[in-house]
Design a binder for this molecule. Structure first.
Ligand SMILES: [Fe+2]
Length: 276
């Protein structure tokens, strides 16, 4: 992908989202939230792509995916006043539809267009397609956007938990009540290193645990390093009530993260030895 292509996409994006600016504060705030989220996901994906030593043209492809990954959010929020896909529509598929209707990706090669559309369409799925010869390249970019996206949502929510309740954004927490306890299914998912399901979320503790369970979908070592560096997971963990169950989950998550780090360190050491 050429630099001019990415520049054109950035201008098109700003022009596209401009139509959703609203005199209504609730809409305007959430439109701005997603514009800023998109900008930070673009930064994140570049950090991850560079850590993976991608060439410039491939970094631009990754950045385009980040730019478009939440394109459907603007129409979704304006139309349904929620970010909850189950109460409106799948914002990833909506984004693909918007991109296809706009026809802007036709300036790229068929392969690049295909990777962008698929990565946008799959970025919010619970499960990703199996790795085969034909899906390998797209899966690499899909994992990049999933990590970059999760990094920013974890940043947003962890910052939100540090605020006084009256200053929190209700749209971020999908209007969920703050009742005691947590869902059995979500606890089981975490203990089995699986991402929790939104359908099991009943209260604020559940949504916090669901966010924490995203670590089981994080793929790149650089994403784990950024999570550690910023302490997002710790903020979420320590914003939860100090029950035995929460302590057990906290320990499980910390053990998982330590194991991932150890594996990454061993892999890096083997690479270094290979170079000698
Ligand atoms: Fe999204």
């Amino acid at each position: 992908m050429q630099k001019e292509d990415l520049d054109f996409f950035k201008i098109w994006f700003l022009d596209y989202v401009d139509q959703f600016s609203s005199p209504e504060v609730f809409i305007q705030e959430n439109v701005e939230l997603k514009i800023k989220h998109t900008a930070r996901v673009c930064e994140n994906i570049l950090l991850l792509a560079k850590a993976e030593n991608l060439e410039e043209k491939d970094c631009r492809l990754a950045e385009s995916i980040a730019l478009f990954h939440d394109l459907g959010r603007f129409e979704q929020f304006t139309k349904y006043r929620t970010f909850k896909d189950s109460e409106s529509e799948d914002h990833a598929l909506l984004g693909v539809k918007i991109l296809e209707n706009a026809g802007i990706l036709s300036i790229l090669s068929r392969e690049e267009e295909d990777i962008i559309l698929k990565a946008v369409g799959y970025h919010n799925r619970m499960e990703i397609p199996k790795c085969t010869e034909t899906t390998r390249e797209f899966l690499f970019y899909l994992k990049l956007i999933r990590d970059a996206d999760k990094l920013d949502i974890l940043k947003l929510v962890s910052e939100d938990y540090e605020k006084e309740e009256e200053f929190r954004n209700p749209a971020l927490e999908l209007n969920i009540p703050d009742t005691p306890g947590c869902s059995e299914n979500i606890v089981a998912d975490i203990l089995n290193n699986r991402m929790a399901k939104l359908a099991d979320v009943k209260n604020l503790n559940d949504i916090k645990l669901l966010r924490l369970s995203w670590i089981f979908d994080i793929s790149f070592p650089a994403a784990f390093s950024l999570l550690r560096e910023h302490g997002y997971l710790e903020t979420i963990l320590y914003s939860m009530p100090e029950t035995k169950e929460v302590q057990m989950l906290r320990e499980h998550i910390e053990n998982y993260l330590n194991a991932v780090e150890t594996r990454a360190r061993i892999k890096a050491m083997k690479k270094d030895v290979g170079k000698v």
